[in-house]
Design a protein around this ligand. Structure first.
Ligand SMILES: NC(=O)c1ccc[n+]([C@@H]2O[C@H](COP(=O)([O-])OP(=O)(O)OC[C@H]3O[C@@H](n4cnc5c(N)ncnc54)[C@H](O)[C@@H]3O)[C@@H](O)[C@H]2O)c1
Length: 349
């Protein structure tokens, strides 16, 4: 299969990870250019560097781009790609607001471009295996899901002003991945109730939040979130997806079904010790499945190539990303209104 001629927009923290991924997989993609007004040329593997995205698109005519710029630029850069017929992978959140998400969903629907949203954890082997176990009915019907994401960001992280303002906090930066994962494992979110707190740092942005979710299938979920508390319980620390987050070997997700349960991302499965003997006075046994590790960013890029070349269905479409954004923003909305919210639901027009 021919490698994708790909350009990266934004060579910051996550853009550089995408660049490293492309450079590591020459059979999947060729890095033809980078657009970033402030990038360091040294880390671009010799690719042409442009200050301006439009100039780069004119000069290089990539067939695909990865949009790894600040959230507020996703919509305009996605629309530019739709106009020019360029396939794109956009980082999460798909856009900064629901209005922008609606604009992008509509433009993608009217174009022929293929799109993907960067919820990379869906490609973890543990997650793929959990989906198979759930789909095969091995846990029975899902009744509950409990997730914790708690880690302490260092003080210098907050020297960048936008990280202290609404939109720059753990809900849209971190929990959006957990909420995407809950949708991926448990189904569509029907109702959300949330509370937020900024009591630890006192910035305008939240440092902690708690949320309740009701899914279409009746399952109920909880999420505890904090970037001000020290704990081994984040999916990053459990899955060792990045050397930036030392491995804790701890599970951060618990999924409970009528016939058994599952912890993630190490994948410990709980069920009756004696097959068929189900009940609160019957013994349980826990088995570690220990899924193989594969780099989720590499798996995501390989999928993007198949999406463009072989028309594979997207793992996370723009509509899917918009629904994850809607469920995430519903946590803040519920917190500020003091009421339970039904997230907007995007569908194909
Ligand atoms: N998938 C993940 O786990 C993950 C992790 C981190 C960030 N993200 C997302 O990736 C995006 C970028 O986050 P980051 O942490 O890398 O930010 P960052 O600030 O480190 O990098 C953003 C880069 O975009 C560049 N930029 C600004 N305006 C530009 C423009 N008009 N054209 C081209 N480049 C421009 C900046 O110079 C900077 O280098 C955000 O949407 C963020 O939510 C995703």
């Amino acid at each position: 299969m021919k490698p994708l001629r790909i350009a990266v927009l934004g060579a910051g923290m996550i853009g550089r990870r995408h660049i490293q991924t492309i450079l590591a997989l020459p059979e999947v993609a060729e890095l033809v250019a980078v657009a970033d007004p402030a990038a360091d040329r040294a880390q671009l593997g010799g690719a042409a560097l442009f200050d301006d995205t439009r100039t780069m698109l004119e000069a290089v005519k990539p067939e695909a781009v990865i949009i790894a710029t600040p959230n507020g630029l996703h919509v305009q850069q996605g629309l530019l790609c739709c106009d020019r017929g360029i396939h794109f992978l956009v980082e999460k959140p798909v856009t900064a607001t629901l209005e922008e998400a609606a604009q992008l969903v509509s433009a993608v629907g009217q174009s022929r471009v293929k799109t993907l949203v960067g919820h990379h954890r869906r490609y973890l082997a543990a997650v793929e295996q959990a989906r198979r176990i759930i789909a095969a009915g091995e846990l029975g019907a899902l009744v509950a899901a409990s997730v914790i994401w708690a880690t302490r960001k260092p003080d210098d992280y907050f020297q960048t002003d936008w990280r202290t303002q609404p939109g720059g906090g753990p809900l849209l930066i971190n929990a959006i991945h957990e909420i995407d994962m809950l949708r991926h494992l448990c189904g569509e979110v029907r109702m959300v109730s949330g509370l937020q707190s900024h009591a630890m740092r006192g910035f305008a942005v939240e440092d902690s939040a708690a949320a309740l979710f009701q899914f279409d299938n009746g399952c109920l979920g909880t999420l505890s979130l904090s970037d001000a508390g020290l704990s081994p319980w984040t999916i990053e620390q459990g899955s060792a997806e990045s050397p930036n987050f030392p491995q804790s070997g701890q599970n951060a997700y618990r999924l409970v079904g009528t016939k058994g349960s599952l912890e993630l991302p190490i994948l410990r499965r709980w069920g009756p010790r004696i097959p068929g003997e189900i009940g609160w006075n019957k013994p349980l046994t826990g088995t570690d499945i220990a899924p193989p590790y594969h780099d989720p960013y590499q798996a995501q890029l390989r999928h993007f190539q198949r999406l463009v070349r072989l028309d594979e269905a997207p793992m996370v479409s723009v509509i899917d990303g918009a629904n994850t954004l809607a469920a995430t923003l519903a946590v803040s909305q519920s917190s500020s209104q003091g009421s339970v919210c039904a997230p907007v639901r995007f569908t194909q027009a």
